[in-house]
Design a protein around this ligand. Structure first.
Ligand code: VGL
Ligand code: ZN
Length: 199
């Protein structure tokens, strides 16, 4: 987007950080390759968004110990992000402000929810707060970022995809690239910090 005019953060904007939790980082139970690379750019976005007094929302995968997505129950994933465990905590270096909204998802044993909008009051809360544009980054590109971005667009929000603050699981090579193509085709606008007006 470097050939376009800069983006001005304004009322109605919010930052939505998807699942930056220990189990998705290198060494975690469901490590996303280079998952920790999203933290520095997200911290920079947090600083810019916080300076404008705009809402910051963090979703978290928050599973019961017997969640249906786990291999013991025939699901695709190793046990990860069990509610209340260290693996489910946000990355300690992610500088989430005290007043960040925390949205827990996939909390029911028998239901998977990759999207932060699925089975949560996120859309209602965003509308109540007057949010119209979402800047979305986090983990993982090909699962929870993909589904959160698609739902956000479906709910009528404008979506900016933080293209240097996402990383993919890539169960199959190319999954991340395909997910990005799908998000852009659905209407998400790719941005980096360099596309923002100067501070
Ligand atoms: C996720 C796989 C399983 C994600 C969550 O946050 O993208 N991926 N659960
Ligand atoms: Zn999960």
């Amino acid at each position: 987007m470097n050939d376009k005019s800069p983006i001005h953060l304004q009322d109605g904007d919010a930052l939505l950080i998807v699942d930056v939790q220990n189990d998705f980082l290198p060494g975690g139970k469901l490590a996303v390759p280079e998952g920790d690379a999203v933290i520095a750019p997200l911290n920079a976005w947090i600083e810019r968004v916080e300076r404008r007094g705009l809402p910051i929302i963090a979703t978290r995968d928050w599973h019961p110990a017997d969640h249906c997505s786990f291999q013991a129950r025939g699901g695709p994933w190793p046990v990860h992000c069990v509610a209340g465990t260290p693996g489910a905590e946000f990355a300690p270096t992610l500088r989430l402000p005290k007043n960040a909204w925390i949205i827990s998802k996939a909390t029911s044993p028998d239901q998977e929810a990759y999207s932060g909008f699925q089975g949560t009051d996120l859309a209602t809360r965003l509308r109540e707060a007057g949010v119209r544009r979402l800047f979305i980054g986090g983990l993982a590109t090909d699962y929870c970022v993909l589904n959160t971005v698609k739902d956000a667009l479906q709910e009528g929000f404008t979506v900016f995809l933080l293209q240097d603050a996402i990383r993919a699981v890539n169960v199959k090579p190319g999954d991340g690239e395909r997910a990005i193509a799908e998000m852009l085709a659905a209407g998400a606008v790719p941005v980096t910090l360099a596309d923002l007006e100067s501070p």
